[in-house]
Ligand binder design. Structure first.
Ligand code: FA5
Length: 339
């Protein structure tokens, strides 16, 4: 290997240092300065790095002096870069200050607001909270036990049809999970983990492959209410729903029960509400079926309770005078801004 004379090495270092200082002093902005930094100080292929490699070519006796010269040059180039950096940053802020005319009136800050469905959810939680119902959450991806079996919906029940649910693909042999089709799942989750007395309300998204129309959407929200206390009757259920409806709608509201069927309540009812001369179906309800109480480990002979499930979009539509629930999800700012 050819030996590099120390003088040659020093001369190269001096040249590099002069070039670097010239380039950095000339850099007019951050982009130009960054290009100069990469050229001279770049960790991979910068010119200083290249010279550092040639240190190995010095005679053994010259290496300590060569190393010292190299370190001096590197420190000088680094200091020059830092000075240029401060200069460029200062220049930038001067430019920006010049560009702002502080005497002009400010642009108004555009405030967003809650989506009408979120607002409805908060309002329902607040009203039910005043009636002693604690707000709880449950998962949107559910297993078959919580969405069906514990709710007395057996394997052959049409409600479990793949065409009526969003099942998720799972490993062969595993029990398929699904996007929950109702918030009644949360009743089970709460009762499995707590002892009566219970008053809970759960609001969240549910999913069904329904065709979207003025009153249906494939993703919608439900309010689930659950009360488990000794001596509960349908009359308590009706009172709670009437108090809720009057608070939410701000009117004297009539509540009507129509006989219905849900596998997890006995008896079961459809809940209609009337005010302003119009009846609207809001959801389903009933007394908790003994099979459900047994499934969660309660004694059906000593425990009583009711449950109800209402459609949030439906009650929000009625509250705000919206004729088509699809409007909630069109993301048309002109519609959303009204609330
Ligand atoms: C249920 O989902 C029962 N879990 C309700 C229940 C809870 C009964 C507790 C008894 C005890 P249903 O499928 O009827 O019931 O739905 C309840 C409400 O959800 C409907 O009345 C309606 O307001 C709303 N809903 C149903 N499907 C849709 C949809 N595709 N889009 C918007 N809202 C819907």
């Amino acid at each position: 290997m050819t030996i590099v004379p120390l003088d040659t090495f020093r001369a190269e270092l001096e040249r590099l240092r002069a070039d670097a200082e010239a380039a950095m002093d000339a850099a007019a902005d951050e982009v130009a300065l960054e290009a100069a930094r990469i050229d001279f100080l770049g960790a991979k292929s910068g010119r200083l790095k290249a010279i550092q490699k040639s240190l190995g070519g010095l005679a053994a006796a010259d290496k300590p002096a060569g190393g010292r010269h190299f370190n001096e040059a590197k420190a000088a180039v680094t200091a020059c870069f830092e000075a240029a950096q401060a200069r460029v940053a200062g220049a930038g802020s001067e430019c920006r200050l010049d560009a702002i005319d502080v005497t002009l009136p400010a642009e108004p800050v555009r405030l967003g607001h809650m989506h009408p469905i979120t607002r409805t959810i908060r309002r329902v939680q607040e009203i039910m909270g005043r009636l002693g119902f604690e707000s709880v959450d449950g998962p949107e991806v559910e297993d078959q036990w919580h969405n069906f079996e514990a709710l007395a919906i057996p394997a052959e029940h049409p409600a479990r049809d793949p065409l009526d649910n969003f099942y998720l693909a799972v490993a062969r042999g595993a029990d398929p999970l699904l996007l929950r089709s109702q918030t009644s799942t949360v009743q089970i989750r709460v009762m499995e983990n707590r002892e009566p007395p219970l008053r809970i309300v759960s609001l969240g998204r549910v999913y069904r492959p329904d065709t979207a129309d003025a009153t249906h959407y494939p993703m919608f929200h439900q309010v689930e209410g659950l009360l488990v206390e000794p001596g509960t009757t349908l009359a308590h259920l009706k009172s709670v729903l009437r108090m809720f409806a009057s608070s939410f709608l701000g009117h004297a509201v009539n509540v009507r029960f129509r006989p219905s069927f849900f596998p997890f309540t006995e008896p079961s009812v459809e809940v209609d509400m009337e005010w302003g001369g119009r009846w609207v179906e809001m959801g389903g309800a009933g007394m908790i079926d003994p099979a459900v109480l047994e499934a969660v480990g309660y004694d059906p002979d000593s425990v009583t309770g009711f449950a109800f499930g209402l459609g949030v979009e439906r009650i929000a539509a009625r509250r705000y005078g919206v004729e088509d629930i699809r409007d909630f999800y069109r993301n048309d700012a002109r519609f959303l801004r009204q609330f």
